[in-house]
Design a protein around this ligand. Structure first.
Ligand SMILES: Cc1ncc(COP(=O)(O)O)c(C=O)c1O
Length: 462
């Protein structure tokens, strides 16, 4: 029997499962429960948000602390914590900026916005030399879609099933997760979806050695449609799904052959997480547009950026964003301080080095734990896929076990999310120390071992 919660599991672990209830009953104290009840009373309920797990009172560096004083290494952080939480240089830059110019009224510009735009274009690959800021990733994606339509005179998009580009109507039209799309009614016309480069679920059945049939299929769709404005994808899906080395080169070439633009969404993974400043650098491609967000505001301010090629500065008579906070000086000061910290603390190299170490440790864990089907990692974007044998002996997702590992780890002070139901998704602050990372890996090792030991007693219903 399929679990009705499965449709919700693509983006993260669900908050309505029996394991969640058991965790809450055991861990939530009276005062915390009062706040959780008040939260549930005040906010509109939506999928995955209410009931909340817990109440936070502090966040610092790689750590969060709950209202009862328990500390957790945060390997989730919504990917806003490239420079860790509350980095002193980011906080100082924000305070300084608040004392001078706290907002930039439309028709004016300001130095922090100009400086941040210049800094981003200097870092970006190729000729991504034009910028627009937005108050969130979803809005920046919306601007990218509009610019692609204006620049090409076409309206169609090709994107991936299971992808996420934000929760607004335009973003869910190109997104591929049922939890956002189902029951919402008509979406944008002309949005074609293709399978993501995810071997375990690949309809082309290439197995673990991806033969790029999925990339070739993108070209097939571009050719059949004939008038696609852009292909849009997450360079590396934050699950993570890490495409093979030639994947984006092949799609870049297909886009060029068929007059489509290539838009890469690096909202959660840009700015160093993968061990390169931008993930597309791993693949040797320059997109026509690159979308950044999340940690760009230093983990404090909502801030996103659309970077576009010089030749795409063509929408002079269309308002692409026109957002009230388009040039917010405080958000931009936070962004500049964030780039300074990434540079001065060598966080990109640190992410590459610690990520390589973690991969070795996770591979060694995989050798000892039959529950681990695969491990993935690119810098400090890591994933541990949990599987169990299906009725035909082939591995299938171990959804129940993944959730149990997650709650066991929480109990030991490690916070992360489970994606697609069975992938432990691990994204720590890039400022994390080697010993903090080691501590987290040890917690995972113990928790996976504990859950494995009980597997013969508690059958996985999935
Ligand atoms: C790949 C990706 N694109 C877009 C978004 C939307 O960003 P925001 O929540 O800032 O609107 C997210 C957020 O999780 C994301 O992960």
């Amino acid at each position: 029997m399929p679990d009705p919660l499965d449709a919700l599991r693509s983006e993260g672990d669900v908050n309505l499962s029996p394991h969640r209830s058991a965790w809450s009953a055991a861990q939530v104290g009276t005062e915390t429960q009062r706040l959780l009840d008040e939260d549930a009373r005040r906010f509109l309920h939506q999928s995955l948000s209410t009931p909340c797990l817990n109440v936070l009172r502090r966040a610092e560096g790689a750590w969060i602390e709950d209202a009862e004083g328990r500390r957790y290494l945060d390997f989730h952080g919504n990917n806003v914590h490239q420079v860790g939480f509350g980095h002193p240089r980011v906080i100082a830059a924000i305070k300084d900026q608040l004392d001078t110019l706290s907002f930039c009224t439309r028709r004016y510009t300001c130095e922090p916005a100009i400086d941040l735009a210049r800094r981003l274009t200097e870092l970006a690959p190729g000729d991504l030399s034009r910028v627009l800021f937005a108050p969130g990733g979803t809005s920046a994606i919306g601007m990218a879609l509009k610019l692609a339509r204006v620049a090409t005179g076409r309206f169609k998009f090709v994107s991936m099933w299971d992808s996420f580009h934000g929760a607004s109507l335009d973003a869910i039209s190109i997104g591929g997760e049922a939890v956002f799309r189902k029951g919402i009614g008509p979406l944008l016309p002309g949005c074609e979806h293709v399978p993501p480069p995810e071997p375990l679920k690949c309809p082309f059945r290439c197995g673990h050695a991806c033969n790029l049939s999925c990339a070739d299929y993108v070209e097939y769709v571009l050719q059949k449609e004939g008038d696609v404005a852009a292909v849009i994808g997450e360079t590396v899906r934050c699950t993570p799904f890490i495409p093979p080395p030639d994947y984006w080169k092949r799609i870049r070439a297909a886009c060029d052959r068929h007059g489509a633009l290539l838009i890469l969404d690096e909202i959660p993974i840009g700015l160093g997480r993968t061990g390169r400043m931008f993930a597309c650098e791993h693949y040797g491609v320059v997109p026509d547009m690159l979308v950044l967000g999340k940690g760009l505001g230093g983990g404090v301010f909502p801030l996103a950026a659309l970077l576009a090629r010089e030749s795409l500065n063509v929408a002079t008579h269309t308002a692409l964003g026109h957002y009230t906070h388009e040039k917010n000086p405080v958000a931009c000061a936070a962004g500049i301080a964030t780039l300074d910290v990434i540079r001065d603390e060598s966080l990109v190299a640190h992410a590459a080095e610690l990520g390589a170490h973690a991969l070795v440790r996770m591979r060694e864990m995989a050798d000892r734990h039959p529950l681990i089907g695969d491990i993935r990692g690119l810098g400090l974007l890591m994933g541990i896929e949990l599987v169990k044998p299906g009725t035909d002996g082939r591995p299938i997702p171990a959804t129940d076990a993944a959730e149990r590992v997650m709650y066991a780890a929480l109990g030991r002070g490690l916070n992360f999310k489970v994606t697609m139901g069975h992938i432990l998704t691990l994204t720590p602050a890039l400022t994390i120390t080697r010993s903090e990372l080691e501590k987290a890996l040890q917690i995972l090792d113990v928790c996976i071992g504990e859950v494995e030991a009980t597997l013969s007693q508690i059958p996985d219903p999935a």
